[in-house]
Design a protein around this ligand. Structure first.
Ligand code: FMN
Length: 339
């Protein structure tokens, strides 16, 4: 089955096409790796996942979603991450990290929160009113993304994923709903995509050419006047020199929830793959091997991410293979599980 065929890009070789997407666990006291992360990611590595992408990890303290989100804004955060990558590698999986800045969706203790424009996410008191980023602040955040990618390299990650989705800072620049700037970082399509392009280029100076860089996007804002998949494909076109794989999600710029149903985002992954000629990851209510096979074999995506299914069922890859008579090596320690 295609699900269990290897996938190769740049210096990365995955043993199968199943990805654990980034999922915030809000369990990182002092924004550092804790024993929980070893158990949580280790369980999915043991269960046979090909690539684990560690949850949204902040490039600056005010870029966190909460006080208990992971961070890579200082060198002291490298050692814990390095232990985690060594551990996951020893269990036979590859590991990436999603780098993020929450912008106006910062929920951590921060005096000031920043966004492309002084437009708040919602009137919910949980979200402060953001301050519009000036050019110095834009440069500071761009450099923070690059420096965090350099730390990810030191920590031994196989993949860096830029979080350009779900209404966080990069996505806030892209969408006209959150970016009302009148300077070179707004106004039109070109201006709104500039921050993403500059971040991707800066990250590439610290993340070697031979290593794959992923970008997560929100294909649709689901709001009149917001981003659509057609526009997002043109944005992806602008970064395919830097970005190797596009992880296609949707929504999050406003509190309007996406209309969800099984496989609801697969057509977006398919369109980006076809129009931008870039490998994609499909994600979103994909819960069975048949759905994964359908997406892969019909050329709708190159990899498939299972979020909540893997939270419920860490051994999904090994168990599903076994049900279909595919012999995969189980962890040596569990050899007696079936006898
Ligand atoms: C608990 C939880 C935390 C999440 N945190 C993140 C995150 O840190 N970064 C991100 O891009 N998406 C995040 N997501 C979205 C998932 O990566 C995924 O796209 C979403 O759950 C849809 O896939 P699923 O239906 O397979 O769960 C999160 C989802 C869940 C359930």
């Amino acid at each position: 089955m295609k699900t269990y065929e290897p996938f190769h890009i740049k210096d990365l070789e995955l043993k199968n096409r199943i990805v654990m997407p980034p999922m915030c666990m809000y369990s990182a006291p002092s924004s550092r790796v804790a024993p929980f992360h070893h158990l949580h990611y280790g369980a999915r590595a043991l269960g046979g996942v090909g690539l684990i992408i560690v949850e949204a990890t902040a490039v600056l303290p005010e870029g966190r979603l909460s006080d208990n989100c992971l961070g890579l804004w200082e060198d002291e955060q490298i050692a814990g991450m390095a232990e985690l990558t060594r551990h996951i590698h020893s269990l036979g999986a590859k590991i990436g990290v999603q780098l993020n800045h929450a912008g106006r969706k910062c929920g951590a203790a921060a005096e000031t929160i920043y966004a492309p424009s002084a437009v708040n996410y919602s009137d919910d008191a949980k979200y402060k009113d953001p301050v519009e980023m000036d050019l110095d602040e834009i440069a500071r955040v761009t450099e923070a993304f690059a420096a965090a990618a350099g730390r990810a390299l030191q920590a031994g990650f196989d993949v860096v994923e830029l979080h350009g989705a779900h209404g966080y800072l990069i996505n806030q620049f892209l969408s006209p709903l959150s970016n009302t700037r009148r300077d070179g970082y707004g106004v039109n399509f070109e201006g709104r995509s500039r921050f993403l392009q500059e971040v991707a280029r800066a990250v590439r100076t610290c993340w070697p050419e031979e290593k794959p860089l992923f970008l997560r996007i929100s294909a649709e804002d689901y709001v009149e006047g917001g981003m659509t998949i057609g526009q997002m494909a043109r944005i992806v076109d602008r970064v395919t020199k830097e970005v190797d794989v596009v992880h296609v999600s949707s929504g999050g710029v406003t509190p309007v929830p996406p209309p969800v149903y099984p496989g609801y985002q697969i057509p977006f992954a398919e369109q980006i793959k076809r129009e931008c000629e870039v490998p994609t990851i499909a994600v979103g209510l994909i819960t069975s091997l048949d759905m994964i096979e359908e997406a892969l074999c019909n050329q709708r995506a190159d990899l498939v991410a299972l979020g909540r299914e893997l939270l419920r069922n860490p051994f999904f890859p090994l168990n599903e293979a076994r049900k279909r008579g595919i012999e995969l090596p189980w962890p040596e320690q569990y050899r007696r599980a079936f006898f």
